[in-house]
Write a protein of this length. Structure first.
Length: 108
């Protein structure tokens, strides 16, 4: 599969996450505190909780339900209770449009 357009870059607020779904695959699209855009799996590995409803702080996304923080760059959990990583996907921005390739997993 090739990259799929999911939104315009201007649709993303700094320090916020949104949920996008590509062919049934839930992805948390995040603009971190520095303004960089990341895409990680949207389901917390500790429980069936949407990470895009969580809190962005610097380079992390925190699950609102149990407090596990995940690295936006590696997908690795940085705090318990989660201990399994979430996948990280390749994000490309072309002319202000955000694309995600759901098959291009950077890490998991």
């Amino acid at each position: 599969m090739t990259a799929v357009k999911v939104c315009s870059e201007s649709d993303l607020d700094v320090g916020a996450a949104v949920r996008v779904v590509i062919d049934g695959l839930p992805i948390a699209l995040v603009r971190d505190s520095a303004g960089a855009v990341h895409a990680i799996g949207d389901t917390c590995t500790h429980g069936d909780i949407s990470l895009s409803e969580g809190f962005v702080e610097d380079q992390t996304l925190e699950c609102w339900a149990h407090g596990s923080k995940f690295s936006l760059e590696t997908g690795k959990p940085l705090s318990l209770p989660a201990y399994e990583p979430v996948p990280v996907y390749t994000v490309t921005i072309v002319a202000g449009e955000v694309f995600i390739d759901p098959t291009a997993i950077v890490s998991a």
